[in-house]
Write a protein that binds this ligand. Structure first.
Ligand code: CP
Length: 305
């Protein structure tokens, strides 16, 4: 039985296979409409979500399966003090696969160690968000036709941005990747990502606070929200929240074929005026998230067309 807790639980070959399945789902959706008939997905979300929970649920419905849902910690027995381990054992009696979001780093891992069905990490604290990474990789692959030989800029809250941590881990396995980390000093990417991911894989990277000077070399610009819910005090959040706001004038030095990504939700980081720029890919990411979650559910349930 397989789980997806960290993007590195999947080999590069498996990611490439998931992307191939996703492209086939986009081309031939009818082929997949019954493959999960009789199967149930439990979405256990102890933190707010629009895209991840709804795309998991839409994915399961589009595969012909059904969904059981906990949307918010207060609506389950977690509010009475039930442990993640007991929740996982319980839900294993009702469902065939779990997607869990939790504010505590490592909670989906604990669930996977106690469940008798596959567990997918749908975001754990400021740690990881591997299925967002699958959406990001499909988007990059479809936009650029490759996952290697790219200069990728990550901009914003690189300390708490779990999507950033997971995507760096995934991209570090492809050749010709260069990473530019653009953030306020206080929100730099954690040292363990630098040491255990980029340096270990000999990925060239640079850190800067200056988005405009980095812009001309970027093939991908991955904007992120400052993660208010992870700050210890509101004053720091208010000081840092608008550090980077992408507006059309800031794209003057950018490549014509730049791809602008954002895991969403956005607050102020990307002006609405950018939405009609052909380089804006963030709503394509939303769609691709559902498709990659369909491919992932099929893989973990070991169902085939
Ligand atoms: N990208 C993402 O995780 O969005 P939600 O928080 O809406 O699920």
């Amino acid at each position: 039985m397989r789980n997806l807790i960290d993007i590195r639980d999947l080999s590069t070959t498996e990611i490439d296979e998931l992307i191939a399945v996703a492209n086939d789902i986009i081309a031939n959706p009818g082929k997949y409409s019954e493959v999960c008939r009789g199967k149930k997905l439990a979405t256990l979300f102890f933190e707010p979500s629009t895209r991840t929970r709804l795309s998991f649920e839409a994915a399961m419905y589009e595969l012909g399966g059904n969904v059981l849902s906990v949307a918010g910690g207060n609506s389950s027995s977690a509010a009475k003090g039930e442990s993640v381990a007991d929740t996982a054992k319980t839900v294993s009696c009702y469902a065939d696969i779990i997607a869990m979001r939790h504010p505590k780093e490592g909670a989906p891992l604990v669930a996977s160690m106690n469940a008798s069905i596959p567990v997918i990490n749908a975001g754990d604290g400021g740690h990881n968000h591997p299925t967002q990474t699958l959406a990001d990789l499909l988007t990059i692959s479809r936009e650029k036709g490759r996952l290697g030989n790219l200069t990728v800029g990550f901009c914003g809250d690189l300390k708490f941005g779990r999507t950033v941590h997971s995507l760096i881990a995934a991209l570090s396995r492809y050749t010709g990747i260069k990473i530019v980390l653009i953030s306020p000093t206080e929100l730099r990417v954690p040292d363990y990502i630098k040491a255990e991911v980029m340096e270990k894989n000999a990925i060239p990277y640079e850190e800067t606070t200056d988005l405009l000077s980095a812009m001309p070399e970027l093939d991908i610009l991955y904007m992120t929200r400052v993660q208010r819910e992870r700050f210890f005090n509101e004053e720091d959040y208010l000081r840092l929240k608008d550090s980077y706001i992408l507006t059309p004038d800031k794209l003057i030095g950018a490549k014509e074929d730049l791809s602008i990504l954002h895991p969403l939700p956005r607050v102020n980081e990307i002006a609405v005026a950018i939405d009609n720029d052909p380089r804006a890919c963030y709503f394509k990411q939303v769609f691709n998230g559902k498709i990659m979650r369909m491919a992932l559910i099929m893989k973990l349930l070991e169902v085939t067309v």
